[in-house]
Design a protein around this ligand. Structure first.
Ligand code: APR
Length: 323
């Protein structure tokens, strides 16, 4: 039997999709199929990236496609298809539009890549992952969402900038849903094992001031997506969401078993049963291989419960809309 490169299908060739294609090539993760409903655009983007292969030194094939046939046999799929909110559009209008898109994407994936692993980025994230699993009918370990890796990277960056240390030494995690109710885990945040709060108290010589600084970083993390939107004026963050999903895909393709915060299906863990919520998981050759449970104190569990309720409401809203 001949060896075969992994095949990565990217559904949605917009801002994030384009960066995903380039990062997949730069890291030689596998051959890339970029799908979009806009004619010629994914073909143009992949041709552009492929023409840099000599300069960047990668040996993978990149193809653009407007039909699901083009994703045939994909091993791993990253989904960014969807529409952003337009002026005058209600939240329910957006939910209905994107839910219909995800439903059609799920049907395409089910038919042409029935053995694939699927990472969803499209918003509202927790709802779209739920639908992807429902309409593909794939086992939950093969369907997950990207949010926590990015939220945690943002939180870690703010901590590194505040303490003047390498971000490589910062470990900070964000759990819960992908929205205002996300839960940055302050108590567990550390710089190579040294608790961040302790370092802040040492820096400011004052517990109240240290808490104030941490609270500001937590707030900035929760609103980080909006901060970027406000600066870009059109569109939302795309470099960092792409990098985050690539880290997840790489851990699965290379069976790295990295522990990454992932929107995963919970069956009793963290007191949640039957919902997709952001928690640390082991990502390896079998997708979501294990959910890691960390002990939460009363305040953290309360914040998690609020976040989980927001996810439940979103899923209930989708049910009312017929999904
Ligand atoms: N099938 C495939 N692609 C679709 C479909 C569909 N049914 N409907 C729309 N698309 C494509 C659009 O043509 C567009 O190229 O999805 C792409 C989305 O790209 P952008 O609008 O540039 O959005 P992007 O910034 O990439 O974000 C995508 O990720 O973070 C989330 O909130 C963000 O939901 C959004 C998604």
């Amino acid at each position: 039997m001949a060896f075969k490169r992994p095949k990565i299908a990217l559904i949605g060739g917009g801002q994030i999709g384009g960066v995903l294609a380039q990062l997949s090539a730069l890291r030689e993760l596998g051959d890339v199929a970029l799908f979009d409903i806009v004619e010629d655009m994914p073909q143009g983007k992949t041709l552009d990236i492929a023409e840099a292969s000599r300069v960047d030194g990668f040996d993978v094939e990149l193809k653009g496609t407007n039909t699901y046939e083009g994703i045939k046999g994909a091993d791993i799929i990253i989904v960014t298809a969807g529409l952003p909110r337009k002026p005058g559009m209600s939240r329910d209008d957006l939910l209905t539009t994107n839910a219909n898109i995800i439903k059609s994407v799920a049907e395409g994936i089910k038919e042409y890549a029935p053995d694939s692993y699927v990472i969803v980025i499209s918003n509202p994230l927790d709802a779209m992952v739920t639908l992807m699993q429902k309409y593909t009918g794939f086992p939950a370990n093969r369907v997950m969402g990207q949010a926590g890796v990015l939220d945690s990277s943002r939180f870690s960056s703010f901590i590194a900038w505040e303490l003047g240390v390498s971000v490589k030494d910062v470990n900070a995690m964000v759990l819960g849903g992908h929205g205002d109710t996300m839960v940055p885990l302050v108590r567990y945040a550390n710089v190579n094992g040294c608790p961040v709060m302790e370092q802040l108290v040492k820096k400011y010589g004052d517990e109240a001031k240290a808490k104030e600084v941490m609270d500001a970083m937590v707030e900035r993390t929760k609103k980080a997506g909006g901060e970027v939107v406000g600066l870009l004026k059109t569109g939302s963050a795309f470099y960092s969401p792409a990098s985050s999903a690539i880290a997840m895909a790489e851990s699965i393709i290379k069976d790295q078993k990295r522990v990454l915060p992932t929107c995963a299906y919970l069956e009793g863990q963290y007191g949640v049963d039957g919902y997709y919520v952001g928690v640390p998981v082991v990502l390896g050759a079998n997708g979501v291989e294990r959910i890691i449970e960390v002990d939460l104190d009363e305040e953290e569990q309360k914040a998690m419960d609020v976040s989980v309720n927001a996810v439940k409401n979103l899923v209930a809203d989708m049910g009312k809309l017929g999904f």
